[in-house]
Design a protein around this ligand. Structure first.
Ligand code: ADP
Length: 551
C-alpha cells in the first residue's frame, strides 16, 4: 500500500511535468516557426519594395521618353533622335519604321557596326515576325510591381495634365496600349544572352523610338538594393542566367550560399530575380541544435523535479521518523521515570510502615532508594542537557585536574550504583593533567558505563583504559556484549536513536545518552567514537584534547 502511494505520488509529479515539457516544447517550436515565417515575409516585403522602386524608376524613364517621343514632329524627328543617341548615355540606338519598313538606320547603308548589330538584334521585331506587345507579367511577389508602376504612371500623367494645360491631349499614351491611331510602349528584348529595352511611339503610321543602354539604366537601379540585415547575408540582383548583376554587403555569395528569399525583379526585367543570400547556419544544423537544447531543457526540468521531489520525500520521511522517535522518546522517558519512582515509593513505604526490623534489609532498601534516585537524576540530567545543547547554552566550569584520578573516582562512585563492577582499569603511570569540565566528563563516563550495564551485562563488567599522548587523552570503555551491528554504528549517535526502541525492548532508554556524550566531547574539541572489540563486544573511545575548552 505504502509503495503504491509512493508510486502514485511520483506519477502525479512526473506525468504533469512531462506533459508540461512536451506542451512547452511544441509551443516554442510553433513560435519559432511563426517567427521564421514572419521574418521571411519581412524579407520578401523588403525585396518587393526594392522591386517596386526599381520598376517605378524604369517606368519614369520610359514614360519621360515616351512623352518626349510623342512631341517630336515629322520634320525634325530624325535629327533630334540622332542628337539624343550621341548626347545621352541612356540611349544606345534610335530607329524609325515607316509602313513596316526600317527607314532608320538604313539597312543598306548602316553607318556603324553598332547600327548593323542593332538591326540584326531586332530583325524579328522590325520585319513583323514578332508583335510589339509586352510579354505577360511573371507570377510571384514582384508581379504586383507592374500594376504599381503603371498606376504611378497614370497618376503622373493626370497630374501633368492638371498643371500643364499646353500638354497635348492627343499625346497621351498608354504603356503598351493604343488609342485613336496613336500608340506607345516599351518592350524588353532578349538577344545575345542579354536583356535590352526598346521604347517606342507610333504616330501617323510611323513607329519610331529608342533602345536603352541597359548598363546605364542598371547603374541607376542598383542603388535601390538596401544593405543586408546581417553580415552573413546579402541582397542581390540576378539576371535570367543566374549571373550576379549586383549585390550589397560583404558576403561572398558566389559559392553554395543559400538563397533564402527570391522574388521576380519585375516586368521591366523579365526572368531577373531579387535574392536574399543567407550564409547563416543551415536549417538542418539549426534544427538539430534546437532539438538538443529542448532535450537538455526537458532533462534539466525532469532532474529538477525528480531531485526536488526526492528531497521533499526524504524530508517528509525524516520528519515522520523524527515525530515517531519523539513520541517513542516521551513513552520511554515516562517508562524510565516510572520504574525508579515505583521502586523508591515501594521501599520508602515499607520503611515508613516500620514493618522491616532487619537492619541489613533496611540498609539494602535504603541503598536501592539512593541508587534509584541517582538513576532518576541521571535521566533528568540527560534530558536537561539535551535541551540545553539544543538551545546552545551549556554552562562550563573549566578546571585543571588529573584525569587518571578523576576516572578512578567516577568508577569508584558509580561501579556500585551502576551495579557494574569495573575491572582491569588501566591508567597511566604519571598524572595526566587536562583542562576540562569535570561534570561533563562524568556525564559522558556514566552514560558509557550505564550502557555497558544495560546492553552488555552478559559479557561481564566493562574494562576502562586511559591512554595519554602529548596533546590528547583517550578513555576507552570496552565491554564483551553483543557490540553494534554495522548499519547502526553511525546512527546510535543521533538523538533519540535506539536500536530497539519498542516499549517491550529488553532495556529501556531515551536514545539521548550517546548523542549528548558525543556533542559534549566535540564541544571540548574531542570526539566520541565506536569501534567493535576484537573477540566481540564494543569499544567506546572518548578523546579529549589536553588543553580542552569549549569550541
Ligand atoms: P539509550 O541507552 O537511552 O537507548 P544511547 O544513546 O545511550 O541511548 O544508546 C543508543 C543505542 O545504542 C542504544 O539503544 C543501544 O541499542 C545501543 N548501545 C549503546 N551502548 C551499547 C553497548 N555498549 N553495547 C551494545 N549496544 C549499545
Amino acid at each position: 500500500m505504502k509503495r503504491f502511494v509512493i508510486i502514485l505520488c511520483w506519477l502525479m509529479v512526473l506525468v504533469p511535468t512531462v506533459i508540461i515539457g512536451v506542451v512547452a516544447f511544441r509551443l516554442v517550436r510553433y513560435e519559432q516557426e511563426r517567427l521564421e515565417a514572419s521574418t521571411l515575409k519581412a524579407y520578401q516585403a523588403e525585396l518587393a519594395t526594392v522591386s517596386d522602386n526599381m520598376m517605378l524608376a524604369i517606368a519614369d524613364v520610359t514614360s519621360d521618353l515616351i512623352d518626349r517621343l510623342v512631341l517630336l514632329d515629322e520634320a525634325s524627328r530624325l535629327d533630334v533622335l540622332r542628337a539624343w543617341q550621341q548626347g545621352n548615355p541612356l540611349i544606345r540606338n534610335v530607329f524609325i519604321l515607316r509602313n513596316g519598313h526600317v527607314e532608320h538606320p538604313d539597312s543598306a547603308r548602316a553607318a556603324t557596326r553598332e547600327e548593323a548589330s542593332f538591326l540584326m538584334r531586332y530583325d524579328a521585331l522590325f520585319d513583323g515576325r514578332r508583335d510589339w506587345s509586352r510579354p505577360p507579367p511573371e507570377n510571384g511577389t514582384g508581379a504586383a510591381s507592374d500594376s504599381a508602376a503603371d498606376r504611378s504612371l497614370r497618376v503622373r500623367r493626370e497630374i501633368k495634365q492638371l498643371v500643364n494645360l499646353d500638354y497635348p491631349a492627343d499625346a497621351e499614351t498608354q504603356v503598351g496600349g493604343t488609342e485613336s491611331g496613336r500608340a506607345s510602349g516599351w518592350i524588353p528584348w532578349f538577344a545575345d544572352n542579354q536583356l535590352h529595352h526598346l521604347v517606342w511611339v507610333e504616330k501617323n503610321g510611323v513607329r519610331y523610338g529608342v533602345e536603352l543602354e541597359t548598363m546605364a539604366l542598371l547603374s541607376r537601379l542598383i542603388r535601390y538594393l538596401p544593405p543586408p540585415p546581417h553580415n552573413s547575408q546579402a541582397y542581390a540582383l540576378l539576371d535570367g542566367e543566374e549571373r550576379m548583376i549586383h549585390q550589397t554587403g560583404t558576403l561572398d555569395a558566389s559559392g553554395s550560399v543559400k538563397k533564402r528569399v527570391r522574388i521576380p525583379a519585375g516586368d521591366y526585367l523579365p526572368h531577373w530575380t531579387l535574392v536574399l543570400f543567407d550564409a547563416g547556419k543551415t536549417d538542418g544544423a539549426t534544427a538539430a541544435l534546437r532539438y538538443v537544447s529542448y532535450a537538455a531543457m526537458l532533462a534539466v526540468m525532469l532532474v529538477a523535479v525528480v531531485s526536488g521531489g526526492s528531497i521533499l520525500m526524504i524530508q517528509a520521511q525524516r520528519s515522520r521518523r523524527d515525530a515517531t522517535r519523539k513520541t517513542t522518546f516521551v513513552s520511554n522517558v515516562s517508562h524510565e521515570l516510572k520504574t525508579p519512582l515505583t521502586s523508591i515509593r515501594m521501599y520508602a513505604e515499607l520503611l515508613e510502615d516500620g514493618r522491616v526490623r532487619d537492619e541489613t534489609k533496611k540498609k539494602a532498601y535504603l541503598e536501592t532508594i539512593v541508587s534509584e534516585s541517582h538513576r532518576l537524576t541521571r535521566l533528568v540530567n540527560n534530558v536537561l542537557d539535551f535541551s540545553r545543547l539544543e538551545q546552545g547554552r551549556v554552562p562550563f566550569a573549566l578546571t585543571e585536574f588529573d584525569l587518571g584520578n578523576a576516572v578512578r573516582k567516577i568508577l569508584d562512585t558509580y561501579s556500585v550504583r551502576l551495579e557494574c563492577g569495573v575491572h582491569g582499569v588501566q591508567e597511566t603511570a604519571n598524572p595526566v593533567m587536562i583542562r576540562c569540565d569535570r561534570d561533563a566528563l562524568e556525564q559522558i563516563m556514566v552514560n558509557l558505563l550505564e550502557n555497558a550495564r544495560k546492553y552488555a551485562a552478559e559479557g561481564g563488567p566493562p574494562d576502562v583504559q586511559v591512554e595519554a599522548e602529548a596533546d590528547t587523552v583517550r578513555i576507552h570503555v570496552m565491554d564483551r556484549g553483543p557490540g553494534i551491528a554495522h548499519k547502526h554504528r553511525k546512527r546510535i549517535f543521533e538523538s533519540f536513536y535506539r536500536i530497539d526502541d519498542s516499549l517491550n525492548a529488553r532495556s529501556t532508554g531515551s536514545g539521548l545518552g550517546l548523542s549528548i556524550s558525543r556533542r559534549l566531547a566535540r564541544l571540548f574539541g574531542g570526539d566520541l567514537v565506536y569501534e567493535p572489540r576484537k573477540g566481540g563486544g564494543a569499544i567506546f573511545t572518548l578523546r579529549i584534547p589536553r588543553s580542552g575548552g569549549p569550541r
